[in-house]
Design a protein around this ligand. Sequence first.
Ligand code: NAP
Length: 512
Amino acid sequence: MTTTQQAHYTALRERVLPRVQQLAHVIDGTFTVGESTETFVSLNPATNEPIATAPVASPADVERAVQAARRAFDEGPWPRLPAAERARILRRIAEGIRARADEIAVLESTDTGIPITQIREAQVLRAADNFDFFAEMATRITGESYPVDTTFLNYTVRRPVGVAALITPWNTPFMLETWKVAPCLAAGNTCILKPASWSPLSATLLAEIVQEAGVPPGAFNLLYGPGEQVGEALAAHPAVNLVSFTGETTTGKRLMRVGADTLKRFSMELGGKSPVLVFADADLDRALDAAIFGVFSLNGERCTAGSRLLVERTIYDTFVDRLIQRVRNIRVGDPLDPATEVGPLIHQRQLARVQGYLALGQQEGARLAVGGERPSDPALARGNYLRPALFVDVQPTMRIAQEEIFGPVLCVIPFSTEEEALRIANGVKYGLAAYLWTSDVTRAMRLAPALEAGMVWVNSQNVRDLRTPFGGMKESGIGREGGFYSFEFYTEVKTIHVALGTHRIPRMGVGQ
Ligand code: NAP
């Protein structure tokens, strides 16, 4: 049944889509299809119909974008503006995002298949908050002073680094783009954004909003095209100083090799296989809610998804029974329907990849307790829909428990002791997030630092204050972004040593 809200979103999509059917790069402040005649098509995951065509940046387009960003950094106003002025412009971007929130959400939902409610409420508003937050932070960048007796004053200043390549993935593209663009511009850098090719639409709205807010030409550029071509060209380019990358671990490793010759500064936000530990003494109702939302929201295509659920044996059977009931009830449907909880996967290739893991898990001996089939509703037949899947009795060494599936699949593993839970939780190559459910404070305090993860949530779902560092350990990434940690990456620290008097200088070349 079509609700009023769904009808509103669908009508809005019909109005907005024609305007973005032909996407364009942004180079030096101008929307352009560039020099190449090559294009690629973005598909609606709910129908697999084409929704937009994007140009593929040629090597000449990459060169023009990099040179525009370089000029804007070396000679342009952006890095030279007072921080308060940059902040004013960034706040205008935040306002622009809020003013067009419905439009952004509808395009993003249509491009990615992620349910509109999860995009509209969480992702788009968070994207606006990113600009407000980093506007504020930009005015608070400070240095440190190191007085040395009365002879020296040593102090530090933070300067923008230069030209940044910002390479983003297809899951929640708009929010993740702002997560990079906002701190990058706030610190006074210039950038070239390279969005993922499976979800290119919302980046064009971001580009429009950035321009309307008054970011000068060249400070923000946007290039479309395959990562192996355009992303690598940016990472290899000698005039690019920084690469902030979010994506798969294997891509990140490759990118670092490409950037090594020109010694790029990298921020790497990579894959995950995050554990959720549920002890018998936990608030099990809340733990159940969080475990389900943590892996099946955003269609399971979520870097911090709690995709391994470790449950204490004494409650295992009842907890699994409750999980099965709930997972069976999850509403799969049109992403523009506000009642939908899980939408179609981003692409047929991603669907096939996830189905491959479903087959593998069964070959490995795990029990597929519920889900994993294509929905029977004929209205969903053309889309990349999959019912959320629950594997139980999973062994920690199985590939489904080790590898990132990046889809709506939860693996449940029993444990008997705290030591065993910790061993299983840490027994993967990733270390992005971990979630811990227990009412024993001592246990929580003991386990939280011992879990090998960049971020640990205790009795909490994945909520995060923007001041806190975000990032992973092990093969989930290098570096942290968020709060001032973003400026560790997007600024250069310079130490200045000033003599306050006439300290002794050893004299050379003055003879005996
Ligand atoms: P991906 O395949 O690694 O692609 C990410 C971006 O890199 C895309 O823009 C892609 O362009 C580009 N790319 C691909 N190959 C490249 C190459 N050789 N050189 C330079 N750039 C290249 O990742 P994805 O499949 O889009 O995203 C899913 C992954 O992102 C998952 O592993 C997920 O965990 C991770 N992720 C991590 C975080 C985090 O914060 N840690 C957040 C979100 C997602 P094309 O699209 O044109 O291929």
